[in-house]
Design a protein around this ligand. Sequence first.
Ligand code: FES
Length: 105
Amino acid sequence: MGIIKVNQADGTSREIEGVEGWRVMEVIRAHGLPIEAICGGACACATCHVEVEPEWAERLHPARDDEEALLDTLPATGPTSRLSCQIIWEEHLDGLEVTLAGEGA
Ligand code: FES
């Protein structure tokens, strides 16, 4: 058990319960928060783009080459941009904080 804090484009935040072994994108989507995730987690669309809070970014496993390549196709990314479908939530990520990048980002 643990939480993921999700900041939204409108400035509001939600704390949602993480699910061991689920992709962060899946947890966000299951709670009805606005994330497109068109490809369903196949690392093929980049519509699950999030900015990870800096203190958490270094605690995640590094992005693989295919994730990096897809992030490079986006018009705007930051130093802690990740695809949330490529982050598997586990208990040691309790408190993980991400910001939804929103449409077109
Ligand atoms: S859901 Fe498509 S890349 Fe993450």
